[in-house]
Every structure is written in C-alpha cells, then in structure tokens.
Design a protein around this ligand. Structure first.
Ligand code: ASP
Ligand code: MG
Length: 466
C-alpha cells in the first residue's frame, strides 16, 4: 500500500523531500492493531522517517494515573491492571511474533503490578513516574513489532538513554544540550539501518530514575528528539487533519489551515485547542524545524504545516477556546504607589511552579489566569491550599472559576485599525470578564463564562472568518 505523504513545499500531498523526519503518533493513533497498521503504513511510505515516537495506547495513561491515586483498593488495583493488560493483548493477538513480543510486554505488566503495590506503602512521585512510563514502554514495543512484520528492520529504543531531565517527577524539565549529545552518540548511529520506535512523555534524571514530562508530553518529546537529531521535520499524527480555524464542533464552517507561522501556532497551542502540546513549538523554533500536524486516520486529507516563513499572514487566522479557566484576583492596598507587590506575587507563584497565562492590573488589584496545560502527570490541582495561604499573607485572594478563555489568533492585531471594534461588536451581547491585548501582535484574548463560550466562538467565527 502506498500512503501519500505531506510535502514540505506547499501543504499539498506529494512525496516528501525531507532528509530526516521524526514522526509522532498520539494515543488514538496507536489505540489498537488496525490503527497501528495504518500508522506503520504512514511511516513506511516516507523513506526519510527514521524515528517514530509513540504515546501510550489510548486510555492507558488514564488507567495508570488511576493506579497512582491514593484511594485505590486492591480489587480496583487488580481490575485496572487487567484493563491495561487487555489493551496490550488485543494488539499482541494480531501479531505473528506473538510469543517474543508477549514476553517483553509481560515483563512490563508485572513491573506495573509491583510498582502499583509499592505505591500502597510509599506514595513516592518517583515510583508514580516509573509506573506512568509503562504505557509508552508497551506501545513502542508493539509498534516496532508491527513495522517488523511489514518486512522492515525496526527496533524499540528506550528513550531514557537519551532524554535526560531534571528530577521534578510528574513534570520534568528536559536538559537540551545533554539530550543532543546523547542522541548524536547513541541514537543517530542506529538510524542507518533501523526504524527506531521510541517513547514519548518519558525521560530519566541523572541518576537514571524515570521521569515524565507532564500529560500530553509526547509531542514535546518528538520535537526534542527532532531538535537533538537536527531533523528536517516533525510530523505529529493525531486524530484531526491539522489545525482548524476553530473547533468544527463549535462552528461547522471551521476549515483546516494549510500553513501557519511558529508564532501563531505557539499562541494557538498555548491558548487553544489541544491539537499540539504548547511546548512542542519551542525546540522546532530553536532549530527551525518545520512541524506537520495531520490525521493518521485520513492522511490523504493533508494537514497543517507550521513553519518560520509562511506565504500568507492574515489578521484573523483562528479563534481558539480553552475551557476550565480559573481567575485569581489579588487585592492589596500595598500596591498603591508602591513597589514590589507584583514581584512578590510572581515569586510565590514561581515557587509553586505555577505559570501564568493572562494578566491585567489596576491600581490595587491584579487579576491573572493560570496555565493548566501540560500540568503534572499525576493530575494534581494547581491551586493548592499552601499556595492560597501564602498569597493570603500579603493580599486578599479571590478565586473565580467556570470561566473560558477565547483567543483570537492572527497577525498585526495590535497594529491594525478597527480590530477591536469588529471583535467587540460581536461580543456585544456577552459579559467579558477580562481582556488581554497588546503584548503580542498575534493574539487578543477575552475571558467569558464557560456557558457562554460556545456561542462566543461561533459568533466570532461567523463574523470574522466566514
Ligand atoms: N501518554 C501521555 C498522556 O496521555 C503522553 C501523551 O500521550 O502525550 O498524557
Ligand atoms: Mg496527545
């Protein structure tokens, strides 16, 4: 079977001219045997694809997270382990090399049992990460076997040999320079006669302890490996045919965007749809590696190319929605004609590893929203009691939730006349809780209630994009 590849030239479907491509397949793309087959065809259709990064099969990371929760009793624990094993065995049952692969997977499965049991006694974050890593260890073993069964040499590679991180379990920070060095010495030589299948999401600290990069981190892994190997492109294969002008479920006339700049895509990933993990763009920008996003279910539909230079830079490119926003309003009389209040606030947030999304200030208030994407692998809430207490020591804190962030993404938004009036005309019937505009030429953000958000998106899309 020949699968048509996205070309790097114009977003049209043509054989790729790239030299080294890193292809990443998300959870739904490697959910079962048939999906893995389709992805293997995509890999094999492009001779330049030598490195494949996989997520855990769909649902498996959630099951593993459930295993790390404090309240699992033994019955539930065994059931969860069984559910995870079932996902693996449904794939193994389709393989010719069943025995050999089953032996490898069985080792990981018994490791999961041991780790989940030790968590009952010791709720160590290091053990949690070791357990969470098992999903990707399984899917990479299985995917590599699927490729081999198509007659092509392939090897599963333990990414922990390369992906060095700090020891912040649950959301570890990759060590870029060291990763590059390790990739050049221990990964690059294998590419000559092997398709390497490796794990997204996981890494190891300097002591060799397993770490994870945060939920959804496999895209980031792929981009980091592409950077380390100086690849020419990263392909992110998911379940949608690229980045759309907005979520088609909210606006039926939403259309795919063939090409988008790094800057716009970074804003979109940060403020919008979950198509791409926000950190993915960073390594790509550093090395100017183009990124393709497409659907592994329908590769013939093409997708979106994200690159440094694009042919068109429209004022309105897309409108993105991020639900489940929390607004933190801090009030302090100290702030009046004083210095250092913001510094103190941000220092506190930084100590709690909280990254801020939007911010507005007035004379004695500061309002901010928190960045939740790629949060801790174990899914712990961001606003901890200890953080709130610490903040309360120097200001009055009010928390509002059930809010949604609507981001209009485009170009020269802050320097084009009439943009705000066009946007606010559409927003007229709605209550806008907060507005951020001007810091970046690429976005205008408003905070509205969750319940109004779908309507707001639909109206903005109709008026600005259709
Ligand atoms: N398996 C991990 C998760 O579900 C990482 C990923 O899929 O990107 O968060
Ligand atoms: Mg994902």
């Amino acid at each position: 079977m020949s699968v048509i590849q996205p070309s790097a030239d114009n977003g049209q479907i043509q054989p790729s001219q790239e030299k080294l491509v890193v292809a990443k397949f998300g959870g739904t793309s490697v959910a079962d045997y048939d999906s893995m087959q389709r992805c293997a065809d995509i890999v094999l259709a492009n001779l330049n694809t030598r490195v494949v990064v996989v997520s855990a099969s769909s649902g498996v990371t959630n099951l593993l997270v459930a295993l790390t929760q404090a309240n699992v009793n033994d019955e539930r624990r065994l059931q969860l382990l069984k559910d995870i094993a079932q996902v693996q065995y449904r794939i193994i049952d389709n393989l010719q090399s069943q025995q050999e692969v089953a032996a490898t997977i069985d080792k990981v499965l018994s490791q999961m049992a041991v780790l989940s049991e030790s968590l009952l006694l010791n709720r160590s974050k290091a053990i949690m990460d070791e357990l969470l890593a098992c999903g990707e260890l399984c899917s990479s073993t299985l995917f590599s076997a699927v490729i081999r069964e198509k007659g092509v040499k392939s090897q599963a590679f333990d990414v922990r040999a390369v992906m060095l991180t700090d020891s912040h379990f649950g959301k570890a920070e990759p060590q870029i320079a060291e990763i590059a060095q390790r990739a050049q010495t221990s990964l690059k030589p294998l590419l000559a006669d092997n398709i390497i299948v490796t794990q997204g999401f996981i890494g190891a600290d300097i002591e060799g302890q397993t770490t994870t990069l945060g939920r959804g981190g496999s895209d980031y892994s792929a981009a980091l490996l592409a950077e380390a190997l100086q690849a020419n492109a990263v392909e992110i294969w998911t379940d949608v045919a690229g980045i759309y002008t907005t979520d088609p479920r909210l606006a039926p006339n939403a259309r795919p965007i063939p090409e988008i700049s790094f800057n716009e895509a970074a804003e979109m990933a940060t403020f919008g749809a979950k198509v791409l993990h926000p950190a993915t763009i960073l390594p790509a920008v550093r090395q100017q590696i183009q990124v393709f996003v497409g659907s592994s279910k329908a590769p013939e539909l093409g997708g979106t190319w994200i690159r440094h230079q694009v042919n068109e830079a429209p004022v309105f490119r897309a409108v993105a929605l991020r639900r489940d926003q929390t607004l933190l309003n801090l009030h302090s009389l100290q702030m009046l004609h004083a210095q250092g209040f913001l510094a103190e606030t941000f220092a506190t947030l930084a100590r709690h590893k909280i990254s801020v999304d939007l911010i507005t200030t007035s004379e004695v208030n500061v309002s901010l929203t928190l960045d939740k994407t790629g949060s801790d692998s174990s899914g712990h809430g961001l606003l901890s009691e200890s953080l709130l207490q610490e903040l309360s020591q120097h200001c009055r804190v009010r928390v509002e939730d059930k809010l949604a962030l609507v981001a209009i993404i485009g170009n020269q938004i802050a320097s084009t006349a009439g943009i705000c009036s066009r946007v606010f005309k559409v927003l007229e019937p709605h209550n806008v809780r907060m507005i951020c505009q001007g810091a970046s030429p690429h976005n205008l953000c408003v905070l509205v209630t969750e319940s109004e958000a779908p309507q707001v998106i639909n109206a903005l899309h109709q008026n600005l994009f259709e």
